[in-house]
Design a protein around this ligand. Structure first.
Ligand code: NAD
Length: 251
């Protein structure tokens, strides 16, 4: 039986682990051909091999690398700008008396360059090719932390709110070109990003941590609905839904 993505090609950053690897597995099961892009060559090659796809080493923070990656091969129906990190290993609040006092310049630079630069450079690199073909869908893995507060890691919240704003705004820009962009905004998902201490926070914050296969369901929902600039939320105990921002000036 043909899958929903038969004949399509997908490119996934951060595809070596967690949510990216799950999207690789799900898209492949739906009939797509997958390119896994990551800095973890060992895991990335394993995931790519497991889905009969290919692996490319790509550091998403490098504008030069992005300039080169789509020069020869840019015929992608789906590009997932998914690679991302948290500021701290353990997301359970800062033990120091003053918020942000543990944040070093290097930590801030690291998370900003991966979570923000990595998405902006990727979108800039693929959009001209998608616009030329008047087709394609970019999925940005933001987070529920791009919609609601995440007190223990405000910098993570900053980067993910930035992604939601980017997707909402770019959606309007891309609409006349036949290209779609959507944000995936899951709550806690069972991946290596979520440390044991973060799991304790997750239990108090929500109904817990979702199994990783929810990431495939979330991505497939965003792809099938194809609503430009949309945000797709899910959290333990709650179904997948489109989050609709209320315009304060709408009558
Ligand atoms: N796990 C969660 O609870 C959760 C919830 C909401 C959103 N997210 C987001 O989902 C995305 C994926 O996270 P995950 O939970 O699967 O984490 P993960 O740690 O399992 O995977 C992240 C992947 O990104 C890769 N990566 C890191 N820096 C990179 C770089 N400079 N260039 C290329 N690849 C790089 C890592 O090697 C890894 O394979 C992130 O953007 C994260 O913020 C995660």
């Amino acid at each position: 039986m043909a899958g929903q993505l038969t004949g399509q090609r997908a490119f996934i950053t951060g595809g070596a682990s967690g949510i990216g690897a799950e999207m690789a597995r799900r898209f492949s099961a739906e009939g797509a051909t997958v390119v896994v892009a990551d800095v973890n060559d060992t895991l990335g090659k394993e995931v790519a091999a497991s889905v009969s796809g290919t692996y490319v080493h790509l550091d998403v923070t490098s504008a030069t690398a992005w300039d080169e990656v789509f020069v020869k091969d840019n015929n992608f129906d789906i590009v997932c700008l998914n690679a991302g990190v948290s500021t701290y290993t353990n997301v359970v609040g800062d033990p120091e008396p003053f918020p942000l006092s543990r944040l070093t310049n290097d930590m801030f630079e690291r998370i900003s360059s991966i979570n923000i630069d990595g998405v902006v450079f990727g979108a800039r690199a693929i959009i001209p090719h998608m616009c030329n073909r008047k087709s394609g869908h970019i999925l940005v893995t933001a987070s529920l932390a791009g919609i609601i507060p995440i007190g223990p890691d405000p910098i993570y919240g900053l980067t993910k709110h930035a992604m939601v704003g980017f997707v909402k705004s770019l959606g309007q820009t891309l609409e006349p070109h036949g290209v779609c962009i959507s944000a995936l905004c899951p709550g806690f998902v069972d991946t290596p990003l979520v440390s044991p201490l973060a799991r304790i926070f997750a239990e108090s914050f929500s109904l817990g941590v979702l199994p990783v296969d929810i990431a495939g369901d979330l991505a497939m929902r965003a792809l099938s609905e194809r609503i430009n600039g949309s945000q797709w939320v899910v959290s333990a105990g709650f179904p997948i839904a489109q989050y609709e921002h209320k315009d304060p000036f709408a009558g």
